[in-house]
Design a protein around this ligand. Sequence first.
Ligand code: AMP
Length: 423
Amino acid sequence: MYQAPRGTQDLLPEEQPYFAHVEATAGHFASLYGYQEIRTPTFEDSALFRRGTGETTDIVEKEMYSFIDKGNADVTLRPEATPSIMRAYLQHGMHARPQPIRLFQIISGFRYDRPQAGRLREFHQFDCEAIGEDDPALDAELITLLWRFCDALGLHDLSLDINSIGDQACRPGYLEALRAHYEPHHEELCGDCRRRLSVNPLRLLDCKVPSCQPIADTAPGFTDHLCDACREHFARVLATLEAEGIAPTLNRRLVRGLDYYTRTVFELFPPRAGSQSALGGGGRYDGMAEHLGGRHTPGVGFAAGIERLVLNLKEQNAPVPPTPNAQVYVGHMGGQAESVASDFARSLRSRGVSTLRAVGERSLRARLRHADAAGVRWTAIFGDEELRDGTVSLRDMNAKSPETLAFDQALERIVSSTQDRTE
Ligand code: AMP
């Protein structure tokens, strides 16, 4: 028997209320803040992610689903959305439109990661990006959108971490201070951190290895090393958030694993956060467009993990709206009644009533069991007797005992009951 590949999952119909709730709320909040939907390809040139995500990130070093296609192109299933959206912005000359460009997308993402709860090889993200403007109001807008979206989903007791990781002007000075702090501890560092010390020191703060924690905890924070422009930017982000009633925690170790981030970085955590449990995160990436060979183009965005949001909705017992069932089950007993039952189903559907049509030959008991399992409000059964009299045996599933009604009368009864419900 084939199984779904490791790290992937089938979302069966019973899971849909959760995913539909998250995705509908995501779309609603994106448009509430004026973000328009974009859809970019599931795969891109591998070089886009190598440059856009960053050569020294775990994603690029260890996690990409890359392959050579039949035309010898080196392509990668997207591990995240931001480089694709920036590519689309540059490719379509969106700088010529009024700035910023606010976009959102719901994607499946692919990372060759070690599967565990909330960590999959194919996962889904709600991604929002605002490109073409470096106003700190936008950083705050995205954080606010993410925060209010989670609140509207019904998630409680979340915490928001924030930090600033400066720009080209102040980062060299900070990295110097970081190296000076780490060098004396060289021997105590894990293998990854020794390498990071030379290739990407900012990521030292990201290390999860227990023996590296005391060194990272006592490291200098970037906010003490920001240049005036970055300090001013960060202060305005915080002030705008305060006006929104959002109070993030300064986390001096928050750097995010992606090279192109500048200034604001943030991450959202559930109440019982483990090391890998962030619900979402993002930041500003003013350096990315140039890194991709485009003109200087500031940008800021976030991605929230849909599977993790769903896990937390379940953990917090948050109510989610049910996905609608069919309203009517139409069954025939015996081949003679088949066509009149189909006429009835057709009439219902033409009046906008969702209708489940029984197929095959089954006992009445089996038909009713099926109708019950389908959660319909009405069950209409056509047998020989009904066929002869031009009637239908109509059962209101709340009332249980059936009534015999004329075809048209039954139709009107159902249509008016479903209209009552939607009014
Ligand atoms: P990142 O692009 O790494 O900042 O991820 C943003 C969000 O996507 C994370 O906070 C997670 O909620 C989610 N996410 C990232 N990687 C995975 C994964 N392998 N499985 C499930 N969710 C993920």
